[in-house]
Write a protein that binds this ligand. Structure first.
Ligand SMILES: [Zn+2]
Ligand SMILES: [Zn+2]
Length: 269
């Protein structure tokens, strides 16, 4: 399985010279089997625009799983040119919470934004996903409710049958070193954990109720679940490239291999 990191930033985009290496686009990860183009996308932050370039401007045919509906996970939808062209076939699935089209339309309709999903070209469908095991675009996908902030939020465990990764982009740690059952279930035995790493322990003290996790928590969860690699994700919008380099350096040498998600990179699972 290959992950194309289309956006790794959390909360709001971070343009600017201090953020060019890790990138400023918000959460979006395109998933592809070896030798294929992506047909599965996790989250539709502003980074979704990068997928059009990766597809050489060809139409996208596949499924976008939105883990939850905060802005930084949906704002790429109206700008996804590979989804907005003849021949595109896009299924968007959000965590079950009633009429999915109506719920999504609350962020994508006037007066908030002029473009509605139904205005996009190609065949679009909006639906709901329940907790549990699913077969999506040929991948085994487990969806579980995870703790976040005022939005039903799924973490995902995705496998192609050979390799497995867990994706918990936004996850509110209940306490450092305390790992929820759902998070454990998603991560245990995975080859890679992609996890919310918005704060350091020091920062978390002042932002404990913002709905996110610390870098230390992400690494600790991987270690507790026997996951050999963690990819720090959902970087705080103020976290500079130099900050992230220093964090990765500091985390080297432990039992878990730690790297920080770089926009535009391909991560082999
Ligand atoms: Zn987020
Ligand atoms: Zn969120």
């Amino acid at each position: 399985v290959n992950l194309l990191i289309c956006g790794a930033r959390g909360s709001t985009p971070s343009p600017g010279a201090e953020f060019v290496r890790y990138g400023g686009h918000t959460a979006c990860v395109a998933v592809a089997r070896d030798g294929e183009e992506p047909h599965l996308v996790l989250d539709a932050g502003t980074g979704l625009r990068r997928l059009t370039r990766a597809l050489d401007d060809r139409p996208f045919r596949g499924t976008i799983l939105i883990g939850h509906l905060h802005w930084d996970h949906t704002q790429g939808l109206p700008f996804f040119r590979s989804g907005d062209m003849p021949g595109a076939s896009v299924r968007v699935l959000i965590p079950e919470q009633g009429d999915a089209s109506a719920v999504l339309a609350r962020v994508m309709s006037p007066p908030h934004f002029p473009v509605r999903c139904e205005d996009l070209r190609g065949a679009w469908s909006i639906g709901s996903l329940d907790e549990g095991e699913h077969d999506i675009e040929g991948f085994g996908v487990v969806a579980r409710d995870i703790h976040h902030k005022l939005s039903r939020t799924f973490g995902f465990r995705v496998t192609d049958g050979a390799r497995t990764f867990a994706y918990l982009s936004d996850h509110w740690q209940t306490a450092l070193g305390v790992y929820d059952d759902a998070a454990r279930a998603l991560a245990t035995g995975a080859d890679l954990l992609v996890h919310d790493a918005q704060y350091t322990v020091e920062e978390f003290a002042e932002r404990a109720d913002f709905g996110h996790s610390t870098i230390e928590h992400a690494i600790g969860l991987a270690e507790a679940c026997g996951v050999p690699r963690v990819l720090l994700f959902h970087h705080d919008p103020d976290r500079t490239d130099d900050d992230l380099d220093a964090i990765v350096d500091k985390c080297a040498g432990g039992p878990v291999e730690v790297s920080a998600a770089v926009e535009g990179s391909i991560v082999e699972v």
